[in-house]
Design a protein around this ligand. Structure first.
Ligand code: COA
Length: 163
């Protein structure tokens, strides 16, 4: 049976920290579905379609990775996609409480789906999508922190905003 994991998140935008989790996750799973949460309540910089495009371009060299989006409950989506695991990255102790709560709630909702945590690579421990957007907005150097396509999309976005 194929071991499928869902890697959910906002990915607004994807960073090298996320890519690192996906790359290492592929050692554990046959297939990873990167699932963008469609959440109209959360203000995002990029549309779901833009986020999907950036993820697909960043992951073009990876086999066995699919990019999709979902709304509603994560466990319902995982079940629908035949995934037995939810993959999450853990950056620091500050992530723990939220992740713990999320994993326990998801287990209560469906005890057949397991949450698997990977510790984020040390090089990416300090980054988040927000901090990247902040740095890029004020002209900070984000080389090496995000895939090249994300850098181009961010620059384009801020140029449009300035016009
Ligand atoms: N490297 C770098 N940054 C990382 C990272 C990594 N490995 N892992 C997470 N991050 C950052 C993200 O960039 C994001 O940054 P931001 O807050 O600046 O945008 C932040 O950590 C949050 O991560 P994300 O994974 O996008 O979490 P989220 O809280 O937006 O979404 C879901 C989490 C999608 C798993 C959750 O909201 C969900 O499942 N929702 C569906 C409803 C549901 O089923 N809820 C649970 C049961 S009620």
């Amino acid at each position: 049976m194929e071991r499928i994991a869902v890697y959910p998140g906002s990915f607004d935008p994807v960073t090298n920290g996320h890519i690192d989790i996906i790359e290492r996750g592929l050692n554990l799973f046959d297939k990873i579905i990167v699932a963008i949460l469609y959440n109209p309540a959360k203000k995002s910089m990029f549309s779901v379609e833009e986020r999907k495009k950036m993820l697909k371009e960043s992951l073009a060299n990876f086999d066995n990775v699919e990019v999709d989006s979902f709304s509603g409950l994560l466990v319902d989506y995982a079940r629908m996609r035949n995934a037995k695991a939810i993959l999450r990255g853990m950056r620091a102790v500050s992530d723990f409480e939220y992740e713990f709560q999320l994993a326990l709630m998801n287990r209560r909702l469906d005890k057949k789906i397991q949450t698997v945590f990977l510790i984020t690579g040390l090089r990416w421990i300090f980054i988040s999508s927000s901090i990247i957007k902040d740095a890029a907005k004020f002209g900070g150097n984000i080389d090496g922190l995000v895939p090249e396509t994300v850098k181009l999309h961010l620059h384009k976005k801020f140029r449009q905003e300035a016009e």
